[in-house]
Structures are given as structure tokens and as C-alpha cells.
Design a protein around this ligand. Structure first.
Ligand code: ADP
Length: 440
């Protein structure tokens, strides 16, 4: 037993003994003990009350306060607990301050949001990049502060796996990349980076490719025209040379056509998004199948597994381009008599278009690079079958514009599987093209 409590025990025991003996001498020992206990309890009560009053007045804890008698022991222990707690809080405060100082000094804007997307804290760069200020914008919902439709959609969908890029709300010339990172208990960290230089460079690259392709197209059309005329003359000598030249000219035309397609996809992203409308997939895949067969592919065994009730809101022309590119590749890169399975089905996060073949397959080391421009596994086969090396890059870009992705699985000697995943919010439910969008 601790010393103060031992002393208190002895004091109370003495009180009981003294009063017991006193009243016993008057003839009633029981009443004496009861009186001794009562006085002991009364002392304790007074000390507790003093302590409670003092706490009620907001008294500051100190190491000792003799006024509280034995309760001082409690007070003393509370004092040490509070001291430890204070040290921890101060330490935490110092860490938070260091974190805030470092994020304040960052060139990227950092904004802390709560689970309702209300601004809790922001650094200085938030003012420079998107015009937010702590004194007026803390507590506001972020969707009321950044009104760009892409951003509002991003926040609403709550799919923060990818960042978005938009012009700054205070200056159209500044381009920012916004990424929301969920952390802790439903809080969010929003990081905004100035990507103006990068965007300008990218625009320059796209413009360069687009104008070069345009410039090349006109002389090439003239050359092809003359070559075709010479070819039609069926001159005895040199007919093979003319045919080869014509073939190469047609190949160049296809490359230029695909390059223009790709740059158009990259530069007109927003415009293409606005051109989305409900598309019925079944008829589209039916016509794709007839086209593939008309192209002389009867020798391939094409199996279709289509959910006729599953439709999409999409850019119809581009969607057809995705579907046909993958089927054409399967026809071109697999031997005749190979099996090709085309399926269009729901899965838990949306819809999947899958083209699977049992052809030669692709070695693992190529898989991650197949969607790069001009990347080909077998250049000769690609050329001989009229490939440009841009087909899968175009597919990837179109999928990106439909908030989806392309996945490639393959095993050498077994075959390949190209999977296009479309998100839930683009799915429409039945055959009726006028129906409303589900899940958006
Ligand atoms: P290309 O115009 O050369 O076909 P793509 O971008 O469409 O360009 O395809 C890139 C490369 O991926 C092709 O050159 C080919 O080597 C490979 N590839 C695509 N589809 C298949 C497939 N189904 N089976 C085997 N290889 C394929």
C-alpha cells in the first residue's frame, strides 16, 4: 500500500479505535465505532469535494497540492498522466507543423478534403494554381470551387485510380493535373500539378505529326495516282517493279491514315466524348462478322458469344474501329483454320469485349509494349498483311476515351486474348437505343 493511503488507513483506524474506546467507556462500543467510521468518511468526502470544486474552477494540475489530503495522490498521478499526454500532443503538433511547412513550400497545390469533399486545409500553391484561399474556401465543397465538368464527374464517380487533366479555373493557359488520393478514415488528399509545359510540348508533338501527315498525303496521292495509271497500262517490262511501288505507296497511305487517326483521337478527346450516343452492339458485331467473312476469312472458325441486351453509350465509329481492329489482327496473325472467339458480356465492373484466338501467341516480353506506336513482334508478317503498327495504339487511345482499358494475355503456342473493359457508367441495359443510361 502507498504511503499516503497507508497513513489515511491508520488515521481512520485510530479514529474508530479512539471513538470506539471513548463511547465504550460511556457504555456503547458499537455507536463509538460507527461514529469513528462516520468521521473518517466525512473527512474523505470533504477532500473529494475540495478536489472536485477545484477541478470545476479549472484548476491547473501541479505536482502536489496538500489541501487535498489523501486525494493529492490521485491528483499527483493525474498530473503525470496529463504531462505525458501533453508531451505527446506537442510532439504530434510539431510533426503536423513540419508536414504543413513542407507542403506549404511545395510547388504543387495540396488540399486536404474530408469525407464530404469539403476543404479542410490547403497550401499556398493552391492559390497560385487554382485560386483557392484558406480564409474563404476552407469548409466549402470542392465541387463548388472547381466547376469544370470533367472534375465534377471525377469527384462524383469516386474512381481515383487515374488523375485528370484540366485547364486551371483561374487561367485557361495553365494546365493542371489533379489527383485525389484517399487516405485514413475516408479523408482525401488532392494534389494539383502544373503541367502547362508538358501539355504545350505534347500539343506541339501532335501538331507536328498531324501537319507532317497532311503534307505527305497530297504528294503521295499524286504518286499513287500516276503509279496506278502506269500499272493499268500493263507495260510488259517493269510491271513487277510498278506493282511493288504501288504496294509500298498504298502502305504509306495506310500509315498516314492511321497516324492522322491517332492524332485526331488525341487532340479531339473532348469533342469525341461529346459525340457519344447509345450504340446497339449486336448489329455492329453481326456486320463485323459478315465483313470478316467477305474478306475471305471463311477458313477461320469464328465463334460469337454476344449478350444481345448489353449496349453502350459510345462513339460509334471509334467503337467499330476497336472491335474490327482486334478481329482483323486475330485473322491476320493466326493460320487459316484457327479458332477465333469473340465475346461481348457483362462482368462485375462493366462490360467486356474479348477476342481470343488459338494462334501462335505472343512472347511475354512483348506484351507490355504491343500498344506502343509502331511496335511489332514480327515486322515482316505485319507488313505482308498490310499492318501499320498503329492498330493497337489506336485501340488503346479509344479505350482511354471511353474510360476503359485494353488488357492482353497470351501464351506462346496457345493463343492470345485481347480484352477491352468498358466501365459500368457507359452501359445501357436493353436493345432499345432510346433508353436511359444505367449507372451514370
Ligand atoms: P499491326 O498493324 O502491325 O498489326 P498492331 O498495333 O495492330 O499493328 O499490332 C501490334 C503487333 O501485335 C502486331 O505487329 C503483331 O505482332 C502483334 N499481334 C497483334 N494481334 C495479335 C494476335 N492476335 N496474335 C499474335 N500477334 C498479334
Amino acid at each position: 500500500m502507498d504511503k499516503p493511503w497507508f497513513n489515511e488507513f491508520i488515521t481512520n483506524a485510530l479514529l474508530v479505535v479512539v471513538f470506539g474506546a471513548l463511547v465504550y467507556s460511556l457504555g456503547n462500543a458499537f455507536a463509538g465505532i460507527a461514529l469513528g467510521l462516520f468521521i473518517g468518511m466525512f473527512r474523505l468526502y470533504q477532500q473529494l469535494r475540495k478536489y472536485s470544486d477545484w477541478l470545476g474552477r479549472g484548476g491547473r494540475l501541479k505536482e502536489h497540492n496538500q489541501d487535498f489530503g489523501v486525494i493529492d495522490d490521485l491528483h499527483h498521478r493525474t498530473f503525470y498522466l496529463q504531462k505525458r499526454h501533453l508531451e505527446k500532443t506537442q510532439n504530434l503538433g510539431r510533426i503536423i507543423k513540419r508536414f504543413q511547412d513542407s507542403t506549404r513550400a511545395m510547388p504543387d497545390a495540396v488540399i486536404m478534403l474530408n469525407q464530404r469533399n469539403e476543404v479542410e486545409w490547403l497550401n499556398k500553391a493552391a492559390k497560385k494554381l487554382i485560386g483557392l484561399k484558406s480564409n474563404k474556401d476552407v469548409g466549402q465543397n470542392i465541387s463548388n470551387l472547381i466547376r469544370h465538368p470533367d472534375f465534377m464527374r471525377y469527384v462524383m464517380r469516386e474512381d481515383f485510380n487515374f488523375p485528370i487533366e484540366i485547364p486551371s479555373p483561374i487561367n485557361e493557359a495553365i494546365h493542371v493535373r489533379i489527383r485525389i488520393v484517399p487516405y485514413g478514415d475516408n479523408s482525401r488528399l488532392m494534389v494539383i500539378r502544373d503541367i502547362t509545359k508538358l501539355t504545350n510540348l505534347e500539343n506541339m508533338r501532335q501538331e507536328f505529326i498531324a501537319s507532317t501527315s497532311h503534307e505527305l498525303r497530297t504528294p503521295l496521292t499524286v504518286i499513287t495516282g500516276y503509279l496506278e495509271s502506269i500499272h493499268d497500262l500493263k507495260i510488259k517490262d517493269g510491271q513487277n517493279i510498278i506493282s511493288a511501288m504501288l504496294n509500298q505507296a498504298h502502305r504509306m497511305e495506310s500509315i498516314i491514315k492511321d497516324m492522322l487517326h491517332l492524332t485526331r483521337l488525341e487532340s479531339l478527346q473532348k469533342h469525341l466524348e461529346r459525340n457519344r450516343k447509345p450504340v446497339q452492339i449486336r448489329p455492329m458485331l453481326d456486320s463485323l462478322q459478315s465483313e470478316a467473312q467477305a474478306l475471305g476469312s471463311w477458313t477461320h472458325d469464328i465463334e460469337m458469344d454476344i449478350d444481345p441486351t448489353l449496349n453502350l453509350v459510345a462513339n460509334e465509329t471509334e467503337l467499330y474501329s476497336v472491335f474490327s481492329n482486334l478481329v482483323n489482327n486475330a485473322l491476320r496473325y493466326t493460320p487459316t483454320d484457327s479458332k477465333i472467339k469473340v465475346s461481348w458480356q457483362r462482368y462485375k465492373q462493366g462490360a467486356r469485349y474479348i477476342v481470343e484466338d488459338n494462334g501462335p501467341g505472343i512472347a511475354q516480353e512483348h506484351l507490355s509494349r504491343l500498344t506502343e506506336r509502331f511496335y511489332r513482334v514480327d515486322i515482316d508478317r505485319s507488313r505482308n498483311t498490310g499492318g501499320t503498327g498503329l492498330g493497337l495504339a489506336i485501340v488503346k487511345q479509344i479505350m482511354k476515351q471511353h474510360d476503359g482499358q485494353i488488357l492482353i494475355e497470351s501464351k506462346q503456342g496457345k493463343g492470345s486474348k485481347f480484352i477491352c473493359e468498358f466501365p459500368q457508367h457507359l452501359i445501357t441495359g436493353t436493345d432499345n437505343p432510346d433508353l436511359k443510361i444505367v449507372g451514370s
